[in-house]
Design a protein around this ligand. Structure first.
Ligand SMILES: [Zn+2]
Length: 468
């Protein structure tokens, strides 16, 4: 068996793709993620696959985030005829996220083609369309956690809950070669411990080879327990004391639901003022429906909460906004309220309209609950720029700024260490550190070496390794 690192390696944190080739020349892709965040360069990187889609026999998908799943419609469109294995919740999230991604590709390409037409150049095709994304979903096969699935008589895989997003999994692959069984553990993205909705990452079996993410391989997060208290203090200040709007830009999948559930708990405990709360993101509204379908994936505390509150994502004064008309109506809503809207980095989506309408009002509060990449509107606002550009117009930033740093989707290095604590270092033949920026990769690789793992490697882009 060989493994080739063709994404989320060599310092990249997006575009996760790892190609396994067995001695019988069966080709399995672990994740098929899209590169994100580098403008035009990203498009070229996504079109250059490093393999022929029709040669791939199967995809095993760790979770629904686009940087892990987003190129499945693209390889399907270009000849991939195999099955995609994932957990049931991952499939359901992909059913909304991949068509949404197709729609974004179509819209972005149409805008780009307008510029090309102006320069009398030929138009380009979108990476894939909404229809391509819908059509690939028929090839998904769902496999629950901790249920070994036989791909061939000598190759089995099993999903373990990675606690990262709903349906997120680490992938444990067993294969027999030369009469010897070997195992490969691919962590995928690993979540935090003691979260509110999802369980802790599962305990993992021993593996011969480990591929571990290192997004926060050099960072420590604040504890999760204080987040709800911090949120309450910010709501009271923004809406009760200052009587303004609290705008919470949040990722549509996962973070939006975490915030809604936290507000529900505060309300149940009598700690929330009587104000309207709006979730204004069609994708977040659809994703919340998927969360409701998968209560089996919730942690024990959440399952207890459901016994007395059957809908954890619904309560008095909470309104889900789908239509553009209803969203626009919020512009003239003049009472204190909370608006949760995507995108989390404030670069796209309806949150930009809410920022444009409210950011110059000193009664407004903008609360960041996630990471904002350096060049994004979110980063500019949160670092304290006095003026920002939104939809081509300049706006003074007079709103109060707040942030809660503990809502991270990724484990920090101590939590990654905890996740790997069932691995006996001497039994691991090779330890691959992937999915991190350079500093995080090196720092986490050093930590793993200190922990006793031997042969700790940071794969280069396209580097191939024999798992013998
Ligand atoms: Zn992820």
């Amino acid at each position: 068996m060989k493994i080739q690192c063709i994404g989320a390696s060599g310092g990249e944190v997006t575009g996760s793709k790892f190609l396994l080739t067995t001695n019988e020349n069966l080709k399995i892709l672990i994740d098929c993620g899209m590169y994100q965040g580098k403008g035009l360069e990203t498009d070229a990187m996504n079109r250059d696959l490093s393999f022929e889609p029709d040669e791939i026999d199967f995809v095993i998908l760790s979770h629904a985030h686009i940087d892990h799943s987003g190129l499945i419609p693209y390889i399907h469109k270009n000849g991939f005829k195999g099955k995609v294995f994932c957990t049931p919740a991952t499939r359901d999230l992909c059913a909304i996220m991949l068509p949404d991604s197709g729609k974004i590709q179509e819209t972005d390409t149409a805008q780009f083609n307008k510029k090309l037409a102006f320069q009398k150049m030929s138009p380009v095709e979108p990476l894939y369309t909404m229809q391509d994304a819908i059509s690939c979903l028929g090839h998904f096969i769902t496999v629950p956690y901790k249920t070994p699935f036989l791909i061939t008589p000598t190759l089995t895989f099993e999903f373990y809950d990675s606690g990262h997003i709903l349906g997120g999994a680490s992938i444990y692959i067993s294969f027999v070669e030369n009469n010897e069984t070997k195992t490969l553990l691919y962590t995928g993205d690993v979540g935090r411990y003691n979260k509110r909705i999802l369980p802790d990452p599962s305990s993992l079996p021993q593996a011969d080879y480990v591929m571990c993410e290192s997004t926060y391989g050099n960072r420590l997060h604040k504890s999760v327990e204080n987040a709800e208290q911090e949120l309450m203090m910010i709501v009271l200040d923004a809406c009760a004391k200052r009587k303004g709007k609290l705008i919470i830009p949040a990722f549509a999948i996962g973070r939006a639901q975490e915030i809604v559930y936290a507000l529900h708990r505060l309300k149940s405990n009598g700690n929330l003022p009587s104000i309207d709360i709006f979730v204004d993101s069609p994708l977040a509204v659809s994703a919340t429906g998927i969360f409701r379908l998968h209560s089996e994936s919730f942690n024990e505390e959440m399952q207890q909460f459901i016994l007395t509150n059957p809908d954890p994502f619904g309560f008095d004064n909470l309104h889900y906004v789908r239509t553009i008309e209803d969203s626009k109506r919020l512009n003239t809503y003049n009472r204190p309220c909370i608006i949760i809207s995507a995108s989390g980095m404030m670069e796209a989506g309806r949150v930009k309209h809410h920022l444009a309408n409210n950011i110059d009002n000193p009664r407004t509060t903008v609360l960041s609950v996630g990471y904002c990449a350096p060049s994004t509107l979110g980063a500019k606002i949160m670092r304290g720029d006095k003026e920002v550009s939104i939809f081509g117009s300049k706006y003074k930033v007079r709103a109060k700024l707040a942030n809660i740093q503990s809502y991270s989707g990724h484990a920090d290095y101590l939590e990654l260490q905890q996740y790997l604590s069932t691995q006996i270092p001497e039994k691991v033949r090779k330890f691959f550190v992937i999915h991190g920026e350079d500093d995080a990769l090196v720092s986490f690789a050093n930590l793993m070496t200190e922990n006793g793992f031997q042969n700790v490697v940071i794969p280069r882009f396209k580097e191939e390794f024999e798992l013998s």
